[in-house]
Design a protein around this ligand. Structure first.
Ligand code: DGL
Length: 258
């Protein structure tokens, strides 16, 4: 049962890495749309179009399940992809929400994500649909470039984290959903600054979800990674996230023409 995973770029490799760790014998395909990242500040229509192209590209490898690692794409394109493809399609929002609801004690939950994810209200609406909780959201647009620059635990990272998060922490939240693929790389810094907060990392949440719902068959443990552009950011983060797994560069026309 091969699984396809796509993201707007390389941040989704945090999700891929976690799935790969827990499904060592499952064939995994990853597509990072590095030529068109970020999705986080694009219109819903554009995010849906790009997501359909990524999903269809991976579908053609005969995958049995598609994981939308990108929070922005999960927020806008999940229903469209579910209609388009005849395989299970999972986004990161619901697994993240379920995990947050399991671990919160005081029922005050914070969500951080891209501007697109926060504006979509995807996390907030689902949390409120499933439980009686207080929800506070904050877009943290500087986190993605910080991570791409490899600034994940220096004084600048700490300053920016505090600038965005102090306000949420002051609301009394006990649980924080990292609603963006890049944010797990800032997890240690966030934990050091706010040690009493439970952190929900979508890579962990989606892996738990797959363990419950996806029955993995023993395959060859193939890892195939595609990107649509070789950005300098990719080179920086690649070894940190996936070691020396080879990466294949696609022409954008290969995914757009489907
Ligand atoms: N992958 C995106 C997300 O999780 C973050 C980067 C972007 O804006 O495309 O929302």
């Amino acid at each position: 049962m091969p699984i396809g995973v796509f993201d707007s770029g390389i941040g989704g490799l945090t999700v891929f890495r976690e799935i790969a760790k827990h499904f060592p014998k499952t064939d995994l395909y990853y597509l990072g749309d590095t030529a068109r990242v970020p999705y986080g500040n694009k219109s819903p229509e554009t995010v849906i179009r790009y997501s359909l192209e990524c999903g269809n590209y991976l579908y053609n490898f005969g995958i049995d399940a598609l994981v939308i690692a990108c929070n922005t794409a999960s927020s806008y394109a999940l229903d469209v992809l579910r209609k388009e493809l005849d395989i299970p399609v999972v986004g990161v929002v619901e697994p993240g929400v379920d995990l947050a609801l399991r671990i919160t004690r005081n029922r005050k939950i914070g969500i951080i994500g891209t501007q697109g994810t926060v504006k979509s209200q995807s996390y907030k609406n689902l949390l409120l649909e499933k439980a009686d909780v207080e929800v506070y959201q904050k877009a943290c647009p500087l986190f993605v470039p910080l991570v791409e620059e490899g600034m994940i635990d220096n004084h600048i990272a700490k300053m920016v984290v505090k600038e965005y998060l102090d306000e949420l922490i002051e609301k009394g939240i006990d649980t924080l959903i990292l609603g963006c693929t890049h944010y797990p790389l800032l997890k240690d810094t966030i934990k050091k600054l706010y040690p009493h907060i439970n952190i929900v990392d979508s890579s962990q949440a989606i892996t738990e979800y797959l363990q419950k719902h996806h029955i993995p068959k023993d395959e060859t443990g193939l890892r195939k990674i595609f990107i649509t552009d070789e950005s300098p950011a990719f080179e920086k983060l690649k070894s940190l996230l996936i070691g020396n797994i080879p990466v294949e560069k696609l022409e954008l026309s290969q995914i757009c023409s489907l």
